[in-house]
Design a protein around this ligand. Structure first.
Ligand SMILES: NC(=O)c1ccc[n+]([C@@H]2O[C@H](COP(=O)([O-])OP(=O)(O)OC[C@H]3O[C@@H](n4cnc5c(N)ncnc54)[C@H](OP(=O)(O)O)[C@@H]3O)[C@@H](O)[C@H]2O)c1
Length: 304
């Protein structure tokens, strides 16, 4: 049976590199590119199919920071009976935050909540104990417990929305395993390391990264997290793709790493998470889901 993989953020950076590596490993894959920009998605699809003509590559339009768009994408995916999975920074990395049209904090909506709704909507397709499904979240080494609060899960009041959203990703991963493993759905988290992508170019412009490169190459001999290229950053994703999800420890984060000589490998880190907080966060997400579903229905009724 063909494996089915859905990659969010497939139009560039780590998501795009992941698509290329997955097809290089399995050119019969059914790959669905979930992108907000259809033009970019089609261009990526054409490039991938030129190299892997036997693969089945489709696209679905989704802006994960916009819940209406997430619901529509799920509806379409269910209709197509296509499915499954994930992906859409580090130490220095922060993201500008603002409020979306759904009234949610954008970083929270993009990194966590849009994906949470995606999973909830696709539950019937993902949950079957006879054929396990695997969710893989691109978290970060920058997920910090101290930046997350159960009282402010969207991080409306803090200054570290990125780190908070990544810690929330780790919590959700633990809760999803607890609730869904028996139904054949398994979740894992990875960190791609520091990778030069549009995200990191948001911190420093490309020319500054180029100037810093000699120092970064040297640093690589002391810190294995400077993976630098999107290809290297996908190492942990590809490694997980080969594992039996049932055999993985949900409290472990898998980290892409690169040696000073440029070899890639995967290392692990025990996450600083307690299961009680993970469960309370999950219940908060279910509550928020109820509220946004009511709002989204009201909005659609109003528009029709
Ligand atoms: N780069 C790093 O050093 C680093 C380190 C740790 C973790 N990560 C994580 O790795 C993941 C991928 O990041 P990257 O470095 O590859 O960044 P990137 O090159 O900026 O790629 C981000 C991707 O996400 C898509 N995207 C952003 N907002 C979206 C939305 N609202 N709806 C749908 N798609 C959206 C972008 O689509 P468009 O093409 O339409 O913009 C793009 O395909 C992120 O979760 C990031 O936090 C990265």
């Amino acid at each position: 049976m063909r494996k089915v993989v859905l990659v969010t953020g497939a139009s560039s950076g780590i998501g795009l590199a992941l698509c290329k590596r997955l097809l290089a490993e399995d050119n019969e894959l059914y790959l669905c590119l979930a992108c907000r920009n259809t033009g970019k998605a089609e261009a990526v699809r054409a490039t991938l199919l030129a190299c892997y003509p036997t693969a089945e590559v489709t696209t679905v339009q989704v802006d994960v920071s916009n819940l209406q768009s997430v619901f529509e994408a799920c509806k379409e995916l269910k209709q197509r009976k296509a499915i499954h999975m994930f992906s859409t920074a580090e130490g220095l990395l922060t993201q500008q935050d603002r409020v979306t049209a759904d009234g949610l904090q954008e970083v929270f909506a993009t990194n966590i909540f849009g994906h949470f709704i995606l999973i909830r909507e696709l539950e019937p397709l993902l949950c079957h104990s006879y054929n396990p499904s695997q969710l893989i979240w691109t978290s970060s080494r920058n997920a910090r417990k101290s930046n997350f609060s159960l009282e402010d899960i969207q991080h409306r009041k803090g200054q570290e929305p990125y780190s908070s959203s990544k810690y929330a990703t780790d919590l959700l991963n633990v809760a999803l395993n607890r609730h869904f493993n028996q139904q054949g759905l398994y979740s894992s988290v990875i960190c791609p390391g520091t990778v030069l992508t549009n995200l990191t170019y948001g911190i420093l412009p490309p020319f500054l990264w180029t100037l810093l490169m000699p120092v970064i190459w040297l640093l690589r001999f002391f810190a294995n997290s400077f993976t630098l290229t999107p290809y290297n950053g996908t190492e942990a994703l590809i490694w997980l793709f080969h594992q039996k999800p049932e055999s993985l420890n949900p409290l472990i984060k898998y980290l892409s790493a690169t040696t000073g000589f440029g070899s890639n490998y995967v290392t692990v880190e025990k996450m600083d998470i307690d299961e009680d907080t993970a469960e309370r966060f999950y219940q908060n997400l279910l509550e928020l889901e109820k509220r946004v579903r009511v709002n989204t229905t009201q909005k659609s009724d109003h528009q029709s």
